[in-house]
Design a protein around this ligand. Sequence first.
Ligand code: V47
Length: 358
Amino acid sequence: MNSLDPIKKKVFSNQRLNRDEGIALFRSHDLLSLGRMASHAAQKRNDDRVYFVQNMHINPTNLCVNRCKFCAFSRSKGETGSYEMSIDDIVNKARSAEKGVRELHIVSGLHPDLPFSWYLDMLGTLKREVPHLHIKAFTAVEIDYFAKLSGRTVKDTLLALREAGLGSLPGGGAEIFNPGVRNTLCAEKISGDRWLDIMETAHGLGIKSNATMLYGHIETVEDRVDHLLKLRELQDRTGGFQAFIPLSFHAQNTEIAKSAYTTGFDDLKTLAVSRLLLDNFDHIKAYWVMLGEKITQVSLSFGVDDIDGTVVEERITKMAGGTTDGSMTRDDLVDLIKQAGKTPVERDTVYNTVRVWG
Ligand code: V47
């Protein structure tokens, strides 16, 4: 009997998998079986639909008071390569978005000097000038920083941001929840528990978010499974996560000594196991900017039902050795999905269908 048989039985009878089973899946080399199981789970939720959004990423500054060892993006004030955009720059960038773009994804470093009112002003100005764009902005790490800056509770911080125009939260900053690993990677960053608390507060206010996991650095398979199970536990309580996005570590220009990228095998396995363990998440997203177009396309047979979007000019991956162009057209995304035998569905940020390609 194949060692995955008992797990297969559970998957095909729609039973929840436990920690040991998650670990066994990560340890398995039977990638095709993982793909078959994950495809079953994806099919059950989304048939053969694969979603994408026409979006634009804006990273207003790389100034950051934290120094995460895995990050090649952040800079200190005055350091070569640091930059700051003004609100006008941000609005002009948003205005340059092609017709059809409906989402702005805005994340930054933790700026050393700007007051909380600057962020409210940025949101308010964007809402006024480009009202058709949904603003998905600020990781839980930034939300925590704003709360401390402004002396407000997390709840009041989120309410003020929503009032100014915030639509939803992206999933960044989760990294890996294991406190020991987190301490080695990013000692100054909020804890995993704080990240989860902030998401719980956001969900309680009806603000949807995504969730991520940074993998392929110094974490173990057990750390990955525990990270996924913490997300599953919170999702059971709130239902506020829309998509889970595993982020493959890029080591170039970082303080983590690793010469290679994650392997295609590990990328596909991580996506498939995520689909299998996160039985209460509607969507598993392959972020093509980090994975590359080819692995992203193959991932559609490994449990993935979302490939993010057109993106346009993302800097975080680029600075860490990302090799993709950083933007794909809508037609490129549609072709990629169609050639994998799936049905492309253009969506908005909260998964309303915009158009289906037959
Ligand atoms: O929080 C930083 C990660 C995240 C590196 O919610 C790195 O729809 C790999 O969260 N190698 C930002 N990863 C990106 C992010 C995201 C991307 C796309 C969609 C969504 C969404 C969210 O990138 C950071 C951090 O976890 N990151 N440095 C690196 N060297």
